[in-house]
Design a protein around this ligand. Structure first.
Ligand code: AR6
Length: 176
């Protein structure tokens, strides 16, 4: 965990499209096969073009699949960002607490960013779309984990797609 000497990243909350961000790395809410899909994943695959697809295929050749809660990077392809850090969030369950797996997406993405030397990183609200995680809870886990994770990343930008997601993240950050 943090101590007094650990730098704290600046947290930025904004509405927008993560594929358009001028940051070192954008985080993808992927599935384990890195095959693409809807939401952020599909948008990143389209915006990244053939180079993003080829980079994913090379990663899958190397690691097989990406387990839930894990993170791995590829080049971004045709996006302003240099890298994509793929994470696989847990599917929401009302019966089982999968919060640790969602928190792991953020802490492991920051660890990969540190390995890459990425200083600015944009995150979506992982698991809060197709995977059904309630936005308020997703925001709490995202923000508390980022603020508790030692990292050399200087700016963490949460790029929220709609106004309600932005409002939830803003309310949670104000309460921390
Ligand atoms: N920029 C920023 N946020 C976005 C964008 C965008 N371009 N597009 C959607 N969002 P989701 P998940 C928001 O579904 O829940 C895929 O099929 C969206 O409104 O992208 O982790 C994968 O292949 C929501 O608030 O990710 C997986 O199978 C948030 O991003 C599965 O979906 C996350 O929604 C992953 O589902």
């Amino acid at each position: 965990m943090r101590d007094d000497t650990t730098p704290v990243p600046r947290i930025v909350l904004m509405r927008g499209d993560i594929t358009e961000q001028h940051v070192d790395a954008v985080v993808n809410a992927a599935n384990s096969g890195l095959t693409g899909g809807g939401g952020v994943d599909g948008a990143i695959l389209r915006a990244g073009g053939p180079a993003q697809r080829a980079a994913r295929e090379a990663l899958v050749d190397r690691i097989g699949s990406l387990p839930t809660g894990e993170a791995a990077a590829t080049d971004a392809g045709d996006m302003p960002a240099r890298w994509v850090i793929h994470v696989v969030g847990p599917v929401w369950s009302g019966k089982e607490d999968r919060s640790a797996l969602l928190a792991s997406c953020y802490s492991k993405a920051l660890a990969v960013a540190d390995e890459l030397g990425a200083r600015t990183v944009a995150f979506p609200a992982v698991s809060a779309g197709v995977y059904g995680w309630p936005m308020r809870s997703a925001a709490e886990i995202a923000l508390t984990t980022v603020l508790a994770t030692p990292t050399e990343v200087s700016e963490v930008r949460f790029v929220l797609f709609d106004e309600s997601a932005h409002a939830e993240f803003t309310a949670v950050l104000q309460d921390l």
